[in-house]
Design a protein around this ligand. Structure first.
Ligand SMILES: Nc1nc2c(ncn2[C@@H]2O[C@H](COP(=O)(O)OP(=O)(O)OP(=O)(O)O)[C@@H](O)[C@H]2O)c(=O)[nH]1
Length: 665
């Protein structure tokens, strides 16, 4: 600590500002950018200080709690129904948030910068807290989950580490699309569901109506199962809620003594100094510092260097035991040494692997390129580290003529892609260019052979025979909105090539519309338009509904006759003219004028469907020609014209890299 005290006045890096405890916190949440002196102080100069603080009181208390007094639960809900605020109140009530609350006055578990900026949760977070019932301490492991549909994978992973969940419903909005899907996920995992009506302090709250909805739609309620009413803002009802967690959720089934150590890795992140930090749920047995462990998937043998609980700050303990949720540091440096969903065991006591997680199906793909080609390696490393913390991203290498080497990444949706790009920039200081999201398509030839198209570039490699068909993925979208917006939503769905499947009333005020929609439409501006035309009141949820035949074409953009590969896109034939026209006219406004005329063309196959021309910059060749006769001036202009013709033939226009982000929007 003394090292920091001495250095502090001359340095503004996080190590100097926050001291060791705060420094550890910033490591956990992001890459923290320490100065070289603090780096070395942290790394080698003061190794004891390089550990997170040990809160012996909490850690000692927790180590005395038997599995019968442990409860593991998640908070799930539709976006903005108050999960993170409720998590704050729970942490506060159990005394876990004393110091932390001063640091982050609200949404303490939303640690990432992107979460604070956007006010949404994108990463599930765990906190271990102690709550007393009947004079006995209970260990409650709470997982706060995201609400947006693009992060459902985080929710399903978190649920697999729990025995129960709090299904939160906003008392002013009632059940929404994502409430339904989260409830189904919890039922699939066989969890005990405690329904909770939140925001009862608000004047517009209607807890009676919402409680009735919960009973009608989910069949939850009745004796011993009634929905609880809370205000995550004022804390009203929170103590009763925690008592209900203890009474209604079953303790984990575990055997700490007889069975060998077995744990599920359900999350991980890369720490600049300590390597990979894994979050895991211990199923059976126990593990201590110094033990050798391995995982069923990668078989790499590793030594446990540090372990602990999230209280809610990382708190070192000597061991982790069955039923607990905690973190493990093994000094693992390579992200390839770990897989989320893998099972850990002691190196000399192999166990049967747990079921793990469902494979991920990317909803859209986007090209990610460094803004300068010499930053390729650093982008590669950053993507590796970030995908460790966000294992739902699929990464392939890609190369573009215009943008050089880069990556093609698969995401669970548009917001997911946006958040990933923002995290690359904010947490890893990467400056990137991303191409338009592309939804994977299926091509089936006359002999029923299937090929997948993951980017517009793949389109040209298809052997387009007469009987070759293209199929696009469709989803069954569930939209819930107030009655007065029904007409606008129906129109929007039709404009996006949707087919109505169901139209039903949800109480007296709202409707539930179900549509089959092509997924590429959702990957565009559908969500924004839906929010726009319903003043933000509509909610959307969707599930996979197979594939359908589609009439699509590849639209290329040529600049002076040369195709710019990263601007190509696959679009519905009916919209191709409109899209082509809009791209070339946008380009006309963005590209600088040249000394020669530049043709911008939107092309399908060999057919030009839209064209814009950027006129040449005209150099005043007559500037030095004071007076003089007309024939001399004519001669100069004719010479200029001839020169430009030659340039036009020779000159190729390169599209500046900074123009791409605007064009690819
Ligand atoms: N009046 C009132 N406002 C609340 C209550 N609970 C949450 N809010 C507000 O509702 C908004 C959303 O709350 P969050 O806790 O961020 O919601 P969330 O469900 O975690 O959101 P996501 O993680 O993005 O899904 C915030 O402005 C909160 O202050 C409550 O009980 N009463």
């Amino acid at each position: 600590m003394a090292v920091f005290a001495r250095l502090a006045p001359r340095c503004a890096c996080p190590g100097a500002r926050e001291g060791i405890g705060g420094l550890w916190r910033s490591f956990v949440s992001s890459a923290s950018g320490l100065c070289a002196r603090h780096y070395s102080a942290f790394e080698g100069g003061d190794t004891a200080a390089a550990q997170p603080p040990v809160e012996t009181d909490v850690a000692n208390l927790i180590s005395t709690i038997p599995p019968s007094r442990i409860r593991n639960f998640s908070i799930v809900a539709h976006i903005d129904h108050g999960k993170s605020t409720l998590a704050d109140r729970i942490l506060e009530h159990t005394g876990a948030l004393k110091e932390a609350l001063d640091k982050a006055s609200s949404q303490y578990l939303d640690k990432l910068k992107v979460e604070k900026e956007r006010g949404i949760t994108v990463k599930a977070q765990t906190a271990s807290i102690v709550h007393h019932v009947g004079g006995l301490p209970y260990l409650l492991n709470l997982v706060d989950t995201p609400g947006h549909v693009d992060f459902t994978y985080e929710v399903s992973r978190s649920l697999s580490a729990c025995e129960g969940c709090l299904l939160l419903v906003d008392a002013t909005q009632g059940i929404q699309a994502q409430t339904v899907s989260n409830c189904l996920l919890a039922l699939e995992e066989n969890l005990e569901i405690i329904s909770v009506v939140n925001k009862i302090d608000m004047p517009a709250a209607n807890p009676e109506e919402v409680t009735k909805q919960i009973e009608d739609v989910f069949g939850l309620g009745g004796e011993g199962d009634a929905a609880l009413r809370v205000s995550a803002k004022t804390g009203q009802g929170v103590p009763e809620l925690l008592d209900a967690v203890v009474h209604r959720i079953a303790p984990p089934e575990t055997d700490r003594e007889e069975r060998p150590f077995k744990a599920l890795i359900f999350d991980a992140h890369h720490d600049q100094f300590r390597g990979v930090v894994c979050l895991c749920r211990v199923i059976d047995g126990k593990i201590s510092r110094g033990d050798k462990i391995a995982s069923c998937g990668t078989k790499t043998e590793l030594e446990v260097l540090e372990l602990g609980l999230m209280c809610p700050e990382p708190t070192r303990t000597d061991k982790l035991e069955g039923g607990q949720i905690g973190y493990l540091v093994t000094g693992m440096k390579k992200t390839a040494d770990i897989r989320i969903g893998d099972t850990l065991h002691k190196a000399d006591q192999p166990v049967e692997a747990l079921a793990g997680f469902k494979p991920i199906k990317s909803m859209c793909f986007g090209g990610i390129f460094p803004s300068s080609t010499d930053e390729y390696e650093s982008l590669k490393k950053a993507i590796e580290k970030l995908t460790l913390n966000d294992s739902s991203v699929v990464v392939h290498r890609e190369s573009s003529q215009a943008l050089g080497p880069g990556f093609r990444c698969g995401f669970l949706g548009l917001l997911h892609m946006e958040v990933f790009l923002q995290r690359l920039e904010e947490e890893f200081a990467q400056s990137v260019i991303a191409t338009k999201p592309f939804v994977p398509l299926k091509v089936i030839d006359g002999e029923m052979r299937e090929k997948e198209i993951l980017s517009p570039g793949d389109w040209d490699e298809v052997d387009w025979g007469r009987s070759t068909r293209v199929m696009e993925p469709i989803v069954l979208a569930t939209i819930v909105c107030p009655n007065e917006f029904t007409g606008k939503v129906i129109q929007l769905c039709h404009d996006h090539r949707g087919h109505q499947v169901d139209h039903s009333a949800l109480g007296s005020q709202r409707v539930m519309l179900r549509y089959n929609l092509p997924l590429p439409e959702l990957a565009g501006d559908f969500y924004d338009s839906l929010k726009g035309c319903t003043s933000g009141y509509a909610t959307l949820e969707y599930e996979d509904a197979g594939h359908q035949d589609a009439d699509l074409v590849k639209l290329d953009i040529r600049v002076n006759g040369e195709t710019v590969d990263s601007l190509s896109q696959v679009v519905p034939r009916v919209n191709s003219y409109k899209t082509g026209k809009s791209v070339v006219s946008k380009m006309k406004n963005l590209l600088d004028r040249q000394v020669f005329e530049v043709a911008l063309q939107a092309v399908i196959g060999n057919k030009i469907i839209a064209r814009e021309t950027i006129s040449a910059m005209r150099k005043n060749v007559l500037a030095k020609c004071y007076g003089g006769d007309v024939s001399r001036k004519k001669k100069l202009l004719a010479k200029q014209k001839e020169g430009k013709k030659r340039l036009k033939r020779l000159g190729s226009v390169s599209v500046p890299v900074d123009v791409f982000p605007a064009l690819l929007k």
